[in-house]
Design a binder for this molecule. Sequence first.
Ligand code: ATP
Ligand code: MG
Length: 423
Amino acid sequence: MKIKAINGFKDILPEEVPLWQHIEGVARDIFQRFGCHEIRLPILEKTELFARSIGEATDIVEKEMYTFVEMGITMRPEATASLLRAFIEHGLHVRQPVQRLYTIGPMFRHERPQKGRLRQFHQVDAEVIGAVEPEIDAELMAMGQMLLTELGLSASLEVNSLGCPGCRPEFRRRLVAYLQDRQAGLCEDCRRRSETNPLRVLDCKKAGCREVVEEAPSILDALCPECRSHFDQVQSRLDLLGVSYSLNRFMVRGLDYYTRTTFEFVTGDLGAQAAIGAGGRYDGLIEQLGGPKLPGIGFAMGMERLVLLLQAADNRAERPGPSLDLFVAALGSRAGLHGYRLVHGLRQRGLRAAMDYSGRSLKAQMKQAARQAARHTLILGDDELERQTAILRNMQTQEQLPFPLQADVGQECLQLIDIIQTT
Ligand code: ATP
Ligand code: MG
């Protein structure tokens, strides 16, 4: 019986990898421009870390986590909690009052797999810890927008404020009262949520629920003066940076730790999976996890969704991978051994070189060279060895030149490199 990958877990094949590397490269470049440093984190953490940060009554913690129950550990469903755990554990704030960090890697959630939704998926994640200024919020959103723009994608930015522990409880009470009279219109999940996590009802995508919340009180009308002024300044800084956005008072996000600014990058090009990335402020969370009283804000983008969008935008993924500099087509056993040393010498000197060991015909080897997108092929038979002259074929122009063989393989490599790099 053939063993296949688990449902929702996907291989990223060699022809897709260049696109992944491209996304990672652009992300790293942009994050570094904004002063972010990379941090690499473990995939397993104590279950309690996620229960305490993401929240017991969230979808993620209630039903999506891969947990080894007896060991009390869980495969991370997102990066922020792990990053803050590491930040606290190593006292990173002592080194620098404001830390800008990013991380890239796999996350795990047990949800129904579909296009753009996997059980192992990947995120690029950036966080700024230790700063409460609205400049930071706007800068981080601008950074996310820059990443999408430089990848050649367009998405719209939606922004909301969730207030703070000062003003949110009052809003929550008003929302609960509003929902209490309208239970009949809600889906089953939201009837439960209207007690455990009422703000999440605002975010439900079901038509019935959307209709119910259309007239619900708006959190933006319920902000305390401090949150109001912070949010106004975030918007004015976005304007200053020329980042366009729209307000979405129904956006709540599926994690409990958010305060004040929350945002999402959304697209119409991914069907049901409209969110490319999302994030927000979590000013009380670090303290709640046993760390210093410091604010923070961050966002994560889903890499599978970026890949899908880029594949749709152009056929990048189908372009051949990096080509070979030289394929050595050796015929005969002496030529084979000569070629073997030559290929190794070229690799030592930084070239991409390859050959075939199975003794195939010249025609078959030329086909193989073309399939591997070799720029040049060196044709080398025992006869050529005898005459001390091989044939160097430029695979693009089809031009063939005699190539004098040398007694010393090192010399031969240098000469080959010289010719290859000037043609
Ligand atoms: P969604 O509403 O699509 O479930 P989410 O709110 O659960 O997203 P976040 O936890 O904010 O997502 O994660 C940020 C980003 O990570 C998402 O915008 C999405 O691009 C990506 N993402 C989240 N869950 C998955 C998944 N199961 N498969 C692929 N990408 C995902
Ligand atoms: Mg989700």
